[in-house]
Design a protein around this ligand. Structure first.
Ligand SMILES: Cc1cc2nc3c(=O)[nH]c(=O)nc-3n(C[C@H](O)[C@H](O)[C@H](O)COP(=O)(O)OP(=O)(O)OC[C@H]3O[C@@H](n4cnc5c(N)ncnc54)[C@H](O)[C@@H]3O)c2cc1C
Length: 477
């Protein structure tokens, strides 16, 4: 389907008029609401900065969502779902204008019981945690953007984060139990998908279904002690981080390695960190259960580190300041504040040799790549790390070379400098994802242009009919 920009604009304006009960945004705020953190990438910055929706709808109820979806489907208007717009790859930026469906006001926690909760997609993760922590439970993994990011946005565009050291990425079996999604048709239907089909709409940038509700596993909430451990040597720092991550007796929520000179960049960007990290050194940021502090101290001593920052859970709460907001891609954000020449890559190491790979790559790439590792479990449960390495950007060609050097060392790259689903983490056309889109979005109106598989949907269906691929079974609707 092609979209003529003038036709889309005119039809969107007519829809805004036709649905006066909906909260519409059509003023200068549309520009901000059409963007995310795509500018972390110099490549995407060049490609996407002009993109704008024609209007933003902020529905509060399922009926309001249905009215907007029905109107867009009837008029052939593109719809791009948005949570809080903290995605990194232009995920919620509309390539063909139309309506941004901002779900941030559709945000109720529907119910929770020990170990499981169900919420509307637009709930902010911090708010969800606030409500379930009162009963001793919390989300199993949250991005460092937990304060503003939504559960639907994590599912639609995210990977995992703090807590993935225990539960793996969001996609690990048992983390997402069900989703309710809406079809994009003149008479929209809602459908409940249970696991494993509940993952068919995950990390495809809202291209193959509009998620209304999510049912997710919860983790026991502990009082988390926040600590920064400083090291003089890289090898000691990475070996400590790995040992702490793997230590089964130390209950923890995150372990982050920031190799020199990243701590210096953070010290320059964040005044309050002064005195809490050794200048010129390497740092490991960690959250462990308060009752596990003795085990942490034992490992700090064994590897020759120094605790340069320590805050109890009560102190963290009182200060409203958490070191989580300096880990994951917040490290990138703060480093880019002081050095505009930086960008980043995303990588997944080999669980069998991740520490050696990290040492080898640091030697191979020297000062051009600044090592940032997040220790997490793989989907299968092995301890591993993923990298959000900072890169001193020179040219696109060199950036691609650096990613290739990682691949040559056996490290997987989820390229963050592309906006097509298959060019990023997914890696290739997934027939199930395409078939799901055909059911939920038959006219191809959801975030159009981001799913390459949509262009080969006839082939995918022909392959399925001929038995060359077998597709996941969706409930009839
Ligand atoms: C500083 C920084 C740190 C970050 N740290 C992490 C991290 O630790 N881990 C991580 O995984 N990510 C991280 N991210 C990426 C991002 O913050 C998270 O993935 C976050 O969960 C996205 O939530 P959001 O509400 O902002 O989603 P948005 O950016 O609004 O949306 C993300 C994608 O999901 C789609 N979408 C949103 N809602 C729905 C819905 N209801 N139905 C269907 N599709 C939908 C959108 O169309 C878009 O394609 C980080 C980004 C930044 C800028």
């Amino acid at each position: 389907m092609t979209f003529d920009p003038d036709t889309v604009r005119t039809r969107t304006a007519a829809l805004v008029q036709a649905l006066p009960a909906i909260e519409w945004i059509t003023d200068a705020r549309v520009e901000r609401l059409s963007q995310d953190f795509y500018w972390f990438s110099p490549v995407l910055k060049r490609q996407l900065s002009e993109l704008r929706a024609d209007a933003v709808a902020r529905p509060k109820t399922e009926d309001e969502i249905r009215a907007v979806v029905a109107g867009c489907a009837a008029a052939g208007i593109p719809i791009t779902a948005r949570g809080s717009g903290t995605g990194n790859y232009g995920q919620c930026m509309p390539l063909h204008g139309g309506v941004i469906l901002d779900l941030s006001a559709y945000n109720r926690l529907l119910w929770h019981k020990p170990g499981v909760a169900r919420a509307q997609a637009g709930i902010r993760m911090m708010e969800m945690d606030r409500q379930t922590q009162a009963e001793g439970w919390e989300l199993r993994c949250v991005p460092s953007t937990f304060r503003s990011a939504t559960l639907g946005g994590l599912y639609g565009g995210g990977f995992g984060g703090v807590g993935s050291i225990n539960y793996g990425p969001l996609a690990s079996t048992g983390n997402v139990l069900g989703v309710k999604a809406m079809t994009i048709e003149p008479e929209p239907k809602t459908v409940e998908l249970r696991a494993p089909e509940a993952l068919l709409l995950h990390h495809v940038y809202g291209t193959n279904g509009l998620v209304l509700e999510l049912e997710v596993g919860l983790a026991p909430a502990h009082a988390w002690l926040e600590a920064i451990v400083s090291f003089d040597g890289f090898d000691a720092a990475v070996e400590f981080a790995d040992a702490l991550a793997a230590a089964p007796g130390i209950v923890k929520k995150s372990v982050t390695l920031l190799a020199a000179p990243i701590p210096d960049l953070l010290l320059a960007a964040v005044p309050w960190l002064a005195g809490h990290m050794a200048a010129g050194g390497h740092a490991v940021f960690t959250l462990v259960a308060e009752f596990a502090e003795a085990g942490l101290q034992q490992l700090v001593q064994a590897f020759g580190g120094t605790v340069t920052y320590r805050k109890t859970a009560a102190e963290v709460k009182a200060s409203n300041r958490t070191i989580v907001e300096y880990t994951w891609n917040h490290t990138t954000l703060h480093a880019m504040k002081v050095d505009k020449g930086l960008t980043y890559i995303q990588s997944g190491f080999d669980a069998a040799r991740h520490v050696q790979q990290a040492k080898d790559l640091r030697k191979a790439l020297g000062d051009e790549v600044l090592v940032h590792l997040e220790f997490i479990r793989t989907k299968e449960g092995a301890m591993n790390c993923s990298g959000l390495q900072l890169v001193r950007y020179s040219t696109d060609a060199r950036l691609n070379e650096i990613m290739q050097i990682h691949r040559d060392h056996g490290v997987y790259i989820a390229n963050p400098h592309v906006y097509i689903v298959e060019d990023g983490k997914q890696g290739q056309v997934n027939p199930d994802v395409v078939a799901t889109k055909m059911r939920f979005d038959p006219a191809g109106l959801l975030n159009p242009g981001k799913l390459r598989g949509w262009n080969v949907r006839e082939q995918v269906m022909a392959d399925a009919a001929a038995g060359r691929v077998s597709l996941a079974t969706l409930p009839s609707f």
